[in-house]
Design a protein around this ligand. Structure first.
Ligand code: AMP
Length: 993
């Protein structure tokens, strides 16, 4: 092929088949074109110099889009210098420009006859100017960029075909600083076709990274990077300032920092979009919006949190992601176990914790007073918060476990405990809060021991002591008992003092001697345990004193002697006048015992009113005369020997109105009756003890004559127990018994023998406190329907009385102890009649033969043992009331010991009637069997009936028993069941008659 213009045209026609890309060229986004020859459809208007050098030719590209190309091929001629200059190209913001050339170049070898002149390169040059210079063209002004050689050229194939190769060369130009520039192509004798020329510069294009937008940025010409600050997209906030670097190649590098979507927005395709309804986002961040948690909702887009449904709440610290919750339901299955004045409350977890884990419990203590109705609490209750001294273990609020121990409650008091389960939202829904309540009545309890004793002052013969009230008084402390003895004597001889306050001075001590001392407090519930032994020593006998001080001592001693003599004289004189008077409330009462017995009679003793010449004088000495106008009678509550017993109210001036019982003397009485009636007040008025019925006063100066005593809401103990059969706990019963024993101890200490101690003569108040009542002298037994005449004359309540008192009227505190044993039996059998319907004669006989009442049903073994001890034939072997009190105190302190019942332990063989056993006796004869049964009343009854065999007897029914006088249910059942057992026992053969 030769090198004329036509053959070049042929080259261009071939071009379209050589371009491999079948698609329009898309330039990279980081390249900004300043010139693209292909984009121009019409003439480019570049300057060609000389004019026969480069020529502009139209063609089509591979897509048949028209393009403009330039070519030159003056290879046949020498000294070629053909210039082609572009139009002025504005620089824009470019710092460095790139020139991309696409061209074809024929290798000289393929052109025949051109050797020596043909070239295979051309030059690329440029010229910077601030303005377009039009057609003005100066060769020398241009600077060379590079000599461009073809990588590819026309090459010959084996078949002799020529294949056109398109060359692409890119050259950098820069830095450029003027407003624009020209490019020029210098041909020095090559055959070249310039298919396209593109001039561009590079930039880092607008982008969004990490929710920050970065603008188009033109890189620097130098090697250094351009730092670019990003700005956060809408609804986002900078977490760390966003930055990126734009490289010289137009690439974004090293993104630093970022922006986060605002609450209520989430990241979606490089933007922050609002959360949809039903979703929420409460925090700044690029996490997705979350679905509303259970029991909450969001109706709007862009919610920061979800609102709670009705009756559901969110506590202050609850995260938005947490479900809405509600207060828990009430605790379940509250169980209380009472131990004296403390109670353990146990309950189950609430059924519904409200959806939370922070459930705790609070226990509210209320002290409730109901209108007492025979010991039970009626419907109307008045409650007040418990005293702050009530102790909760571990605490009353914020309990994590389902149990609490409440201590230091008052004895015999009704309490209501409200147990509420609480969680974090309870305070937000006060109306939804629920609690479980339990009502309890505490038992009686003695005060806790005194633990702190201090020695204040010691001298040769005296010591002053003070102490702290017991930690748990369990009631009002009536007084303290101080017992002390010489350490050496080891309690064989001791002294007892009583003090109302918490200090005492012990006088009359031996000098230089060690003493041991114990203190115990007393309340209505009796004595508490003694304090640990406290040792003190008096000062030595001989100690040196200065002559000056000895003078003072001498004066002091002589004046003391004078004072003592004066006091003794006064005492003797006053004693003459007032030998029978008593101090009603002495602050200290001194008792002295030697070898455990009364040694010095300093104790206030009971004075028999009958020793007064005029018994009415005794009444006025021991009883307060009341004005009848202070007394209001309400109703009749019982019948006494001398008249009705009423309930009413007593209002003394400047005192609170109190409930009282009023015993009246019915009209038409004789002088003796009046005396006997008032004798009870004379006796009662001498006593001052919580377990002895208290006398308020008497009305003797107007009619009716009245004895006013404290009111005991539950009446007499026997009927009270029968009314509440099997309703009390063992501890409650023991509490009552302890009260009676404590009252009896007081009476025996006073030297008073009751003679008629029985449950019917014990009164019970609303707090279950038992008090001994019914004081009289000869009439005591006269007015007791239980009293029967003995062979020696006088009436005696046989079933309650000790054998020696029945036999020869030996009434002592020891015979009272026997009666106490019977009361014990009555209490434990809930008011059963001792010896049932046995005749008095049979009782006397049986007791004399050594038979004793059997243990009542479920009677604790210790209590039955105590009964048996009280029923010792030898009266000195019976326990003293002090011992009884201490035995009962031990039981109260250790209620577990009540669990062992007498029925289950081995019992003495000489029981009168064992109602709990149903074993058939294996006796030969009917008489033996009756003896074996120890059913004296029955034996007696059956003795008048003729039975031919045990078979006949075994067919006996309850009705038959009634006919023969066995009317009490206990023995009836026992006998019938024993007979039935006997019947089956005898099936094997007849029993000899
Ligand atoms: P008396 O004459 O002491 O045997 O009393 C007769 C009845 O009156 C008793 O059985 C009681 O039911 C009742 N009674 C006596 N004293 C009181 C009292 N202080 N409080 C309440 N009821 C009493």
């Amino acid at each position: 092929m030769d090198c004329n213009p036509r053959s070049l045209l042929y080259i261009l026609l071939l071009l379209s088949s050589c371009v491999t890309s079948a698609f329009p060229i898309i330039y990279p986004p980081n390249e900004v074109n300043l010139l693209d020859s292909k984009a121009s459809q019409g003439e480019l208007g570049w300057i060609s110099y000389p004019s026969h050098g480069w020529e502009e030719i139209s063609g089509v590209d591979e897509h048949y889009t028209p393009i403009r190309t330039f070519q030159v091929c003056n290879v046949m001629e020498y000294s070629q210098n053909n210039w082609l200059r572009t139009n002025w190209i504005p620089r824009q913001s470019a710092q460095k420009v790139y020139v991309e050339l696409k061209f074809t170049l024929r290798d000289c070898n393929s052109i025949p006859l051109v050797l020596g002149t043909c070239k295979e390169t051309f030059n690329l040059l440029y010229l910077e100017t601030d303005d377009d210079q039009g057609s003005h063209f100066r060769e020398h002004q241009f600077s060379k960029i590079d000599t461009i050689a073809a990588d590819e050229s026309f090459t010959q194939t084996d078949l002799g075909d020529r294949i056109l190769k398109l060359n692409t060369e890119v050259r950098e130009v820069g830095p450029v600083s003027k407003k624009g520039f020209y490019l020029a192509f210098q041909d020095v004798g090559a055959c070249v076709a310039l298919v396209s020329v593109r001039v561009y510069f590079k930039k880092c294009p607008y982008t969004v990274r990490n929710l920050a937008s970065f603008p188009d940025t033109v890189p620097m010409d130098s090697q250094s990077l351009v730092e670019v600050k990003g700005s956060c997209v809408n609804h986002s906030k900078e977490e760390e300032p966003p930055r990126m670097y734009c490289s010289t190649e137009g690439e974004w590098l090293v993104p630093i920092g970022k922006c986060l979507c605002n609450p209520g927005h989430e990241e979606r395709s490089n933007t922050c979009q609002m959360c949809r309804a039903g979703f929420y986002k409460s925090t700044l961040g690029n996490m997705e919006c979350s679905k509303c948690p259970p029991h909450s909702f969001s109706h709007h887009e862009g919610s920061l949190h979800c609102g709670c449904e009705k009756n559901y709440f969110r506590a202050e610290g609850d995260p938005a992601s947490m479900a809405c919750t509600r207060p828990p339901s009430a605790p379940r299955n509250v169980i209380s176990s009472i131990n004296e004045t403390s109670v353990i409350l146990d309950w189950s977890w609430p059924e519904d914790a409200g959806g939370r884990k922070d459930v705790t419990f609070i226990v509210v203590c209320k002290r409730c007073r109901g209108v007492a109705d025979n010991g039970s609490i009626s419907g109307t209750q008045h409650c007040e918060p418990c005293r702050s001294s009530v102790r909760f273990l571990p605490r009353a609020t914020g309990l994590q476990n389902t149990t609490v121990t409440v201590g230091d409650l008052l004895a015999h008091t009704n309490y209501t405990f409200e147990i509420e389960a609480q969680n974090g939202v309870s305070s937000l829904a006060p109306k939804m809060r629920q609690y479980a309540a339990v009502t309890i009545t505490t038992n009686q309890a003695a005060p806790s021991p005194v633990t702190v004793i201090r020695k204040e002052k010691t001298s040769r013969n005296s010591v002053s002591l003070s102490w702290q009230e017991p930690e748990r008084p369990n009631g009002i402390i009536l007084d303290y008992e101080i017992k002390y003895y010489e350490k050496e004597e080891q309690e064989t001889s001791y002294t007892i003092l009583r003090a109302r306050g918490c200090n005492v001075t012990l006088n009359g001590l031996k000098p230089n001697t060690a003493y041991l001392l114990q203190i115990r407090a007393r309340t209505a519930a009796g004595y508490g345990a003694s304090s640990p032994s406290f040792q003190f020593e008096t000062s030595p006998d001989s100690f040196s004193i200065s002559s000056e001080s000895s003078q003072v001592v001498l004066i002091a001693i002589s004046s003391s002697v004078a004072i003592i003599l004066l006091t003794v004289l006064l005492y003797v004189l006053i004693g003459r006048f007032c030998c029978r008077s008593k101090s009603k409330h002495p602050d200290e009462k001194r008792l002295q015992f030697g070898n455990g017995h009364l040694r010095l009679p300093g104790i206030r003793t009971y004075v028999d009113p009958h020793t007064y010449e005029d018994p009415s004088q005794a009444v006025h000495e021991f009883a307060k005369e009341l004005d009848a106008s202070c007394i209001a009678i309400d109703k009749v509550v019982g019948a006494g020997e001398f008249g009705e017993v009423c309930s009413g109210r007593l209002k003394l001036p400047s005192k609170k109105e109190i409930c009282v019982a009023i015993k009246t003397l019915k009209g038409g009485y004789t002088d003796k009756q009046r005396r006997d009636f008032l004798a009870e007040a004379s006796i009662m008025g001498q006593f001052d003890h919580p377990n002895i019925i208290r006398l308020e006063g008497v009305v003797t100066r107007s009619k009716p004559v009245m004895i006013v005593i404290e009111y005991m809401e539950n009446g007499s103990l026997d009927s009270f127990l029968r009314k509440h059969d099997a309703q009390f706990t063992g501890i409650q019963l023991v509490g009552m018994l302890r009260g009676i024993a404590s009252g009896m101890k007081y009476l025996s200490d006073m030297g008073y023998v009751h003679r008629d101690l029985a449950a019917r003569n014990i009164l019970v108040n609303s707090n279950l406190v038992c008090k001994v009542s019914d004081f009289g002298l000869s009439r005591v037994l006269e007015d007791d329907p239980e009293a029967a005449y003995t062979t020696r004359g006088g009436k005696i309540p046989i079933r309650w009385t000790a054998p020696e008192a029945i036999a020869y009227r030996k009434f002592t505190s020891a015979s009272d102890a026997w009666s106490y044993g019977i009361v014990l039996w009555e209490v434990m059998s809930y008011g059963e009649r001792p010896y049932w319907e046995m005749s008095n004669q049979d009782v006397i006989k049986a007791v004399d033969e050594g038979y004793r009442l059997p243990p009542p049903m479920d009677c604790p073994a210790t209590l039955y043992q105590l009964m048996l001890d009280c029923w010792q034939k030898e009266r000195n072997n019976r326990p003293k009331f002090e011992q009884i009190v201490s035995i009962l105190d031990k039981l109260i302190r250790n209620p577990g010991s009540l669990k062992i019942t007498a029925n289950t332990t081995s019992r003495p063989a000489n029981l009168l009637l064992d109602r709990s056993s149903s074993e058939a006796p294996s006796m030969g004869t009917m008489g033996d069997w009756m003896d074996g049964m120890r059913t004296l009343p029955c034996k007696e009854a059956f003795s008048g009936v003729s039975y031919s065999s045990c078979d006949t007897l075994a067919k006996t029914s309850t009705e038959d028993l009634k006919k023969v006088g066995v009317t009490i249910v206990g023995p009836q059942k026992k006998i019938v069941s024993s007979l039935k057992a006997l019947e089956s026992h005898n099936k094997n053969g007849p029993v000899p008659v």
